[in-house]
Design a protein around this ligand. Structure first.
Ligand SMILES: [Zn+2]
Length: 208
């Protein structure tokens, strides 16, 4: 089944039917805010969201298309394909760490992946430090809003792109948004060299 709005199309299943309209409304509202944040004016093409109600098929797709699969993965964004693959809520609830997930968790993840998509377009599909990419996605999708200090990562983790608990990314970006203007944040997003140079300063303020 398909549902299309200005910036995206959902390709979904029977199991998603009960929340799909709410999810479309939720994403549509967030999408404009995110597009405005990155000042990209519009998307080069609408994002295609494919919801999978079978973990087996989701896994097979990710492996067959060389997109990579781990047992804890519940969503995947491919910037160049303008495509996001995600598990339906019911399937997601049988993945480790996601057993207690509610609609809210799925909705926030869909927005998180949409941030990645806008980000890729903004930076021209270049790479940046993992914590910058994930921090923006977590902050702009309002995930981990109850994260509490202290951080459980080091400066080296941030520079070496070690994957750490996502609550760290939220805390770091709460701080960045509180203490810097948007011009600085967009520069961090776009310029990996600048981000690398700023990271010790950012970390020092939070790890001391
Ligand atoms: Zn992410």
């Amino acid at each position: 089944m398909k549902l299309s709005r200005k910036y995206f199309t959902f390709d979904y299943n029977e199991t998603d039917a009960k929340y799909i309209e709410d999810l479309a409304n939720y994403l549509e509202k967030a999408a404009q805010r995110i597009i405005d944040f990155f000042e990209i004016k519009h998307l080069t093409q609408p994002v295609y969201f494919k919801f999978w109600d079978s973990i087996k098929d989701f896994k097979k797709y990710l492996i067959d298309t060389d997109k990579g699969y781990e047992s804890w993965v519940v969503g995947h964004t491919s910037g160049t394909d303008h495509r996001i693959d995600a598990l339906s809520l019911k399937a997601r609830q049988s993945v480790p760490y996601h057993r207690k997930d509610a609609e809210k968790d799925l909705f926030e993840m869909v927005v998180h992946e949409f941030v990645h998509m806008c980000y890729y377009q903004y930076v021209g599909y270049k790479d940046n430090l993992l914590y910058i990419q994930e921090g923006l996605a977590v902050y702009l999708s309002n995930q981990y809003s109850d994260a509490k200090f202290p951080l459980s990562c080091s400066l080296e983790d941030l520079l070496n792109e070690t994957q750490v608990d996502y609550s760290n990314y939220r805390l770091i970006f709460n701080h960045i948004f509180k203490t810097h203007d948007k011009g600085y944040i967009l520069k961090l997003a776009k310029d990996k060299q600048f981000a690398t140079q700023e990271t010790p300063k950012i970390a020092n303020q939070l790890l001391s």
